[in-house]
Design a protein around this ligand. Sequence first.
Ligand code: ZN
Length: 413
Amino acid sequence: MVRWSHVLTALSLVAAGVSAQAPPLAPAGAESLALVNANLVNVRDGKIVANATIVLRGGRIETVGTGAAPSGVKVLDLKGKYVLPGLIDAHTHADNFAAFRRALESGVTTVRSAGVSNYVDVGFNALVKSGTFPGPNVVTAGYHVRPQMAQEAFLGDPAYADLLTGVTTIDRMRRAVQMNLSHGVDWIKILATDRAGTADTDPRKQVYSEEEIRAIVQEAATRNVPVQAHAHGDEGAMAAVKAGVRSIEHGTYLSDATLQEMKRRGTYLDPTYTTVIDLTDAGGDYDVPALRIRGEHMLPRLRDTVVRAHKLGVMIVTGSDTGYGPASLTRIGQEVSHFVEMGLTPLEAIQSATIRNAEMLRLEKSIGVIETGFEADLIAVEKNPFDTITTIQDPLLVISNGRVGLDRLNFAR
Ligand SMILES: [Zn+2]
């Protein structure tokens, strides 16, 4: 005899993608919290305020000061830990509950989707907004627009089935954008050069022309939606920049001319450096010999691009390019540390994961700093990150939308 309660429990666990270790869902609605005895890091100017008190109410930052906690709120004693804005991951393929939780536990309180199936980015963000999950908030992109789009797109939208044979004309590119826009996405993601993570494609090969990308940018702009372009090769990247995309994803082989054009137009660079390290070593999201060989020649090129981009004043942001699956070795805290190795100051590297990234997302009035009225998204770390940048790889406390997503303060030395 079938025990329906067991079946339903199993089904809901499968549907939720919840692992056995996942903590129970927090109650809807944010608690009122006061963080006291914090070393508060101001990511605008790099100043640190000692003994700060931060009051969070209704998912927002209510006050930032140095006084005592108000009565009637739960108090968290930070004991001198360093508090920063929640980190932003501008390039993720997270597509299930466990993955989003891994992102949150790594200190990431906002992600930008770089392409997923079945609009799970739109769905997860709705659950965060409704209070079902603390975060991360998801800036959505839906399906990656490329010559061969993921087939499952057309199970949900059979009216666009003509795109199954290829998104290879301007008319079809516009329709692919429209399909995503009809699901309420915040960004459009496009393929400007071929992929690096598949052995039979060369990432230097241009995929869409400047004219084609311009049509995509114009179509997206009808809903005020910006475009992110996957681009490793220089020609394809230059075409995307000139066509008006807002961010270049990866950028491995960018020339000075392209970087100068990005500087002139204010195009952001999201190098996803840590995932190219993952190509070069065992395990992780990529564990394929051919990609390991490719990664070994890509990595120094990308490193050189980031160094030159920084010197030229191109705005650089953090993205992981991981789906935060169980094998993933890629985290935003590592990306920030690598940026410091490549010449960014610790403050610039932290800005790339906070205020600078918020500007790219056009969310600089709601996230990216710890100030009155902003979303209550913040993390606490053990050490002063300006002295020890790697400290942000190990958040001890993560609060997203005013709700505690991770609390390891008691384990801190
Ligand atoms: Zn990606």
